[in-house]
Design a protein around this ligand. Structure first.
Ligand code: NAP
Length: 264
């Protein structure tokens, strides 16, 4: 049975579309990741909630996930800490919930500065967290996806990876790198019914954008054809869609959710 027909059958029998699937969402203690975890749970997935520091936030996400009638767990791991911790996290999730078949590489940081003033540390921290971490966690999940003959890898990039932004060369490079990683991996694993896509949000109201001043926000709003910043609710439903039957034939894509900032 194809992906689409098996999930249609699940719906017909009263099951939720992602029922029986395990999802791992990195950086799900707040912001976009928290909304994604809850959106996947609403479709029936069991969700592992990764965080680095905000245990309280992670617990709140897990409680909201469980309120959807599915299982959850929190798992602390700095996604930029290397392949050992990445593998340990995936093993822990596999033991408690089952092998993650849906991976959302959402955790990300910024360390802004102009290139002339940017330290090696700030360059490395962003590339390690936003790009290398996604690679290492994805690699750790692939064996289980291949064994299960089904997988969804959804990377969270940024509009900045496509259009650049002064003061964010490290972040733009990491997010553009994530887009290249997405396209290459999609070609490697497509024959295993594993799709790999990247969602590139524009300016979304979270802690990251709260750090920008009012004048910066006003200038940004001018560049958005829809005339407003996005909310986490503008991003999370697309993740749920790509993870579900509707996303079965979409792979290797960079999808902008940015109010029209970057024309495709
Ligand atoms: P946020 O509100 O700052 O939340 C960041 C999340 O990532 C938190 O859950 C944080 O966990 C986690 N995190 C940070 N470093 C981590 C690490 N080393 N290991 C594990 N988790 C880590 O950010 P957001 O706005 O929701 O952004 C989420 C993603 O969307 C990021 O990849 C970001 O680049 C991307 N994005 C955001 C926007 C925007 O306008 N907001 C636009 C484009 C792209 P702790 O709380 O435990 O530290």
């Amino acid at each position: 049975m194809s992906d689409a027909s098996s999930e249609a059958a699940s719906l017909e029998s009263g099951g939720a579309p992602l029922s029986g699937r395990v999802a791992l969402v990195t950086g799900a203690s707040r912001g976009i990741g928290q909304a994604i975890a809850i959106a996947l749970a609403a479709q029936g997935a069991d969700v592992a909630v990764n965080y680095a520091n905000s245990e309280e936030g992670a617990r709140a996400t897990a409680a909201a996930v469980e309120a959807e009638g599915v299982r959850s767990m929190i798992v602390r791991c700095d996604v930029g800490a290397g392949s050992g911790p990445a593998k340990a996290m995936v093993d822990e999730v596999t033991q408690q919930l089952g092998a993650p078949a849906i991976l959302v590489n959402n955790a990300g940081i910024t360390r802004d500065n102009l290139v002339m003033r940017m330290s090696d540390e700030d360059w490395d921290a962003v590339v390690r967290t936003d790009l290398s971490g996604a690679f290492q966690i994805t690699r750790a999940c692939l064996r289980g996806m291949i064994r299960g003959r089904w997988g969804r890898v959804i990377n969270i990039g940024s509009v900045v990876g496509s259009m650049g932004n002064p003061g964010q060369a490290n972040y733009a490079a990491a997010k553009a790198g994530l887009a290249g990683f997405t396209r290459a991996l999609a070609k490697e694993v497509g024959s295993r019914s594993i799709t790999v896509n990247l969602i590139a949000p524009g300016f979304i109201e979270t802690d990251i954008t709260a750090a920008l001043g009012e004048d910066v926000i006003a200038a940004v709003r001018q560049q958005i054809p829809l005339g407003r910043l996005g909310g986490t609710e503008d991003v999370a439903p697309l993740v749920a869609f790509l993870a579900g039957a509707g996303g079965a034939y979409i792979t290797g894509q960079v999808i902008h959710v940015d109010g029209g900032m970057v024309p495709s």
